[in-house]
Design a protein around this ligand. Structure first.
Ligand code: ADP
Ligand code: MG
Length: 702
């Protein structure tokens, strides 16, 4: 963008941050971006409203004559302009004002200028009043605006007036050629881009304001379609680029896989069989797989991953499994060992409790190729681990990892000069709502396990006020007397936040866990009560989990370290303390820790009154729904895509105008159109993507 003239910058009071930087904060880096910086809402300054007709709650434009302007100090410093409008008194009140405003109002009196103020008019003690209205001075009879006034999303230090002028100047200079081919435009009944964008910036009188506000107006429809199309195109381009690379083909019909499929520990569900087919189909091709395997908690993703790993081993390659927590990595190690070690598959577990020499030995086994499958957390794969021929990377609970972390493991395969990227299998128990997977995950292939293994009993969910904690303790006593096991999950203290606050939050979380452990030990002296939390040394964590898994302790007090993946079928009761502090996905994951065995299970959500409306809404969803997809859909509704995407959003173009919930149909249209567009005119498709996303992202790379 052209730098603003010096004088202009100086005139904008306090402009220590250059204009370019402020615009950048809005995602605006070029003139074209300015043109596509669309209004949030509109103000109607096309008509004057008589004071008598101004109703509370609706902003209007009024015209008044200034009688007197003064600064008063009661009760706090304020600028007051006493005015008269159609024989009514009108007081304007400003708490934040510049000294120059007093002079300006004074000059209005001297020069017989009128004041046009936009805002809400309220009936006050001394007649009609407006608090800090937007206003300007005008000559009597000066024409009013002939279009609605757009209000743009802005940032600190950039006034609406300046931004509006910049946008409208850019609009007048822009050619706004249509990147969309006519055939597509006509098929989807869209208006021209130029027409649409002009209307949004300068809606003529008579424009359906309701449709503008609701963003259902044809102009909005066109803009949203273009944005969604750009997203689909960019994801599709990233996908194509990746699938053009070479990867080792893993045929999936080798002896190990065949033997294992004959000796499976249980009968696979239909859904597991189907997704295994999809996976093996991908792996057999000489291009890197990019597949997301989603399936609700307990749907049996682990065995699917093990089978994929065997395909790699059969082909003489290596596989790596990355888990977000040590507990989960260990559990995978145990399962994989039980299943695959009898076949002679060498599995290495990298963990924090390894002694120096042991660790060196493990790394050496991986580097020499003797280890076929390595399992660990992200931290462990970072330090000096080199593979000889890594062909498959499995990332469990992928949403817990950042893009950079996933990339770091993928890049391992290249460390020995081998340019071929490995196949990637990402797994997630947080199902992605359909609209989200159609948009933000459009660059991945998705397999879904939509069936639970047979014999699962639904978990009964109870909401219990923490005033009734004593009853819950009794319930635990009875359950344990009956040979059942119980998880007690301690509250999250603070949502994940960077830096010191996170550390403090973790410390308080730990203290809460220690206190709960102490009090439960006191209250339930006949039971063995274990404790596991993030600060525990790896070896002690292992012992605590083993004791619980083997039934040596009946109650496990835990922080959310057990949130994902932990599988102890004997546990039938879960108590979540301060359930109101947890997110929906977390509650669903936690509840999924029980109901894994043959006995009926329950989840008690202890909450502290009073609940905020948001907390109440979350608890209601988790109480009423057991299906992870439905819960994820509601989570998306309550929180928006940004948070659900987590780290992924850093690599993916975010949508500014389209809405996943309301624009489902447009997403489908855009998806269809993208395939055709890319086929028929790739160059033009690329310029379409650049128009919408050039400033905002680097193409998806993870
Ligand atoms: P998740 O999808 O949450 O990772 P797991 O892979 O941990 O689920 O599986 C949950 C439990 O169900 C494990 O104990 C696993 O051994 C068992 N399981 C998986 N598939 C089946 C099946 N087809 N029949 C019976 N049990 C199964
Ligand atoms: Mg799992």
């Amino acid at each position: 963008m052209k730098p603003a003239p010096r004088s202009e910058q100086a005139a904008r009071g306090g402009a220590r941050v250059p204009l370019e930087r402020k615009l950048e904060r809005l995602g605006v880096r070029s003139r074209e971006d300015l043109v596509l910086h669309l209004p949030l809402r509109y103000e109607d300054e096309t008509t004057l409203t008589p004071i008598a007709q101004a109703r509370d709650g609706r902003p209007v434009l009024v015209e008044a004559e200034v009688l007197r302007a003064e600064v008063v100090y009661r009760p706090r410093r304020q600028l007051i302009a006493h005015c008269r409008a159609q024989e009514h008194e009108l007081t304007l009140r400003f708490f934040n004002f510049y000294p120059s405003q007093v002079k300006q109002l004074q000059s209005a009196i001297d020069n017989k200028l009128l004041l046009r103020a936009y805002g809400e008019v309220r009936g006050g003690w001394f007649g009609a009043e407006m608090a800090h209205p937007r206003y300007r001075l005008a000559r009597a009879g000066e024409p009013l605006a002939d279009t609605l006034t757009p209000v743009y999303p802005t940032t600190e230090g950039l006034s609406q007036a300046v931004l509006r002028r910049l946008v409208l100047e850019a609009l007048d200079a822009a050619s706004l050629d249509d990147t969309l081919p006519d055939t597509l435009r006509e098929r989807y009944g869209l208006i021209g881009l130029r027409e649409g964008v002009h209307l949004l910036h300068r809606p003529p009188p008579g424009t359906d304001l309701g449709a503008l506000v609701e963003r259902s107006h044809p102009a909005w429809r066109r803009v949203k379609f273009d944005e969604l199309l750009a997203q689909q195109l960019s994801m599709r381009m990233a996908y194509r680029q990746r699938s053009a690379q070479h990867a080792p083909a893993l045929p999936g019909a080798g002896p190990l896989l065949r033997t294992f499929r004959e000796r499976l520990p249980f009968r696979l569900t239909g859904a597991q069989t189907r997704v295994i087919g999809e996976l093996l189909g991908d792996l057999a091709r000489p291009h890197p797989m990019q597949r997301l395997l989603q399936g609700d908690v307990g749907s049996g993703k682990t065995i699917v991953a093990a089978i994929a790993c065997l395909a790699a081993v059969d082909a003489g390659s290596q596989a790596a499994v990355m888990a977000p927590t040590e507990i989960l990595a260990e559990q995978h190690y145990r399962k994989f060992s039980a299943w695959l070690a009898p076949l002679g598959v060498r599995i290495v577990w990298l963990h924090g409790a390894l002694k120096k020499a042991e660790k060196r030995a493990a790394i050496e086994e991986i580097a020499s190729g003797r280890a076929c499958i390595s399992i660990g957390t992200h931290a462990l794969f970072q330090e000096g681990v080199r593979f000889v021929r890594l062909a498959l990377v499995v990332i469990d609970e992928q949403h817990r990892f950042g893009v950079a972390q996933r990339l770091s493991l993928r890049s391992k395969a290249r460390s020995d000069g081998d340019e071929e990227p490995p196949h990637q299998l990402m797994m997630s128990a947080t199902p992605i709502p359909r609209t989200l997977s159609m948009s933000y995950y459009a660059d991945l292939d998705v397999s879904t396990i939509d069936e639970l293994p047979p014999g699962r009993r639904p978990v009964t969910t109870k909401l219990v006020s923490d005033a009734r904690r004593a009853e819950v303790i009794e319930r635990i006593r009875e359950a344990c007397a009956d040979g059942q096991q119980v998880y007690w999950v301690c509250p999250v203290i603070e949502p994940a936040q960077a830096g010191a606050r996170l550390a403090r939050g973790a410390a308080r979380e730990l203290r809460a866990a220690l206190e709960t452990h102490a009090s439960l030990t006191r209250e339930l002296p006949e039971l063995r009560i274990g404790l596991v939390h993030g600060r525990l040394p790896a070896a002690e964590k292992t012992v605590a989990m083993e004791d619980f898994a083997a039934g040596r302790c009946q109650v496990l007090v835990a922080t959310t370290v057990i949130e994902v993946g932990v599988d102890v079928p004997g546990a039938t009761l879960m108590v979540i303390e301060h359930a109101e502090r947890f997110g929906l996905a977390q509650l669903h994951q936690l509840r999924g820790r029980v109901g894994r065995g043959a006995r009926a299970s329950a989840c008690i959500l202890l909450y502290a009154a009073p609940l905020t409306p948001a907390a109440r809404a979350r608890l209601k969803v988790i109480y009423e729904h057991a299906d992870g997809f439905e819960i994820a859909r509601r989570d998306l509704l309550q929180r928006g895509p940004g948070e659900l995407l987590g780290e992924r959003q850093s690599g993916v173009p975010m949508l500014r105008f389209a809405d996943l919930e309301r624009d489902g149909e447009l997403i489908r249209d855009a998806q269809q159109a993208a395939a055709e567009f890319l086929q028929s005119d790739p160059t033009r498709a690329r310029s379409h993507v650049e128009r919408w996303f050039a400033a905002r992202h680097e193409y998806t790379s993870a």
